[in-house]
Design a protein around this ligand. Sequence first.
Ligand SMILES: [Zn+2]
Length: 337
Amino acid sequence: MSELRYDLIHDEYILIAPERLHRPREIREQIDPEEPKRCPFCPGNESLAPDEIYAIRQKGHWLTRVVPNLYKAVQIETPFDSHREGVNEVWGGFGAHEIVIDTPRHDARLATMTPREIFLWLQTLRERVTDLRRDRRLIQIECFKNQGAAAGATQPHPHTQLLALPVMSKARKAAFVHAHRYWQEHGRSLFADIIDYERESKDRLLRETEHFFAYCPYASAFPFETLILAKGAANLTDLEDRALQELAETLRELFVAMERELGSFAYNLLLMLPPVNPNFENAPFFDDLGDCYRFYLRITPRLYKLAGFELMSGSAINPVTPELAARVLRGDHASGR
Ligand SMILES: [Zn+2]
């Protein structure tokens, strides 16, 4: 059974999920190109992936599909309580772990998906976050894609993970506290201030639409790191279909540019969502999230491996300036670097 253990030295919760240990062998089988028919996420193999939670269908065929993670790190059936083990604190592995199958197309990538396909994927994520937040015990929903082995992906078929937990990680909580303090001190959201500055400067700007602002962040931790900030929405669930369509077009344009420059690259795509229910940890800022927080997508190409400095400091060394990355992604590297 999995557990959420509290790391007393580093003040952080860690998921210990021994069920995941069997994975490597099965994964090798799944990604064996000799046996593509065994992909559990491909149409026709639905019996290999367990009970469907949600799907968008058209004429009897699914276009997106959500299933529980077979190797789930946490599960909703686990009792929601913590206890002490000597000096340590441990929670049962309570939570939800779901897999969104982004598309029926095994070899699709964000750069080759149509805006309509990306829109349906985003709609599915919005639907699942809306549903999961109804369970008041779930506080933080982590939604992410790992693409390519260097980014930790173990299954080539395009998919996204949703991990809903009863606690927030330290890094996530610190970011919310920081955004809240900025808003209290300045009377403006730090996201609005960043957008105003980056729009003016243009050095790192990639694309701006009515609801979104895409740019390479000033202190990018990864080469070609890109953020897509929501201008007005604190959560994905606040977005209407028209804004989702805009986000789909922005993502497609961005990934086409990235593949043009980086080839078929490994990356993590992180949807940085706010806590969805109040609890003791987020009480100081939960009611103000609509003012002080904006959700965003963080895309981190994994061109280099994380090493000692990153592990030790939680910081990063990035060999590519975000200004150069933005010029390259905008396609104007021919005109004076
Ligand atoms: Zn597949």
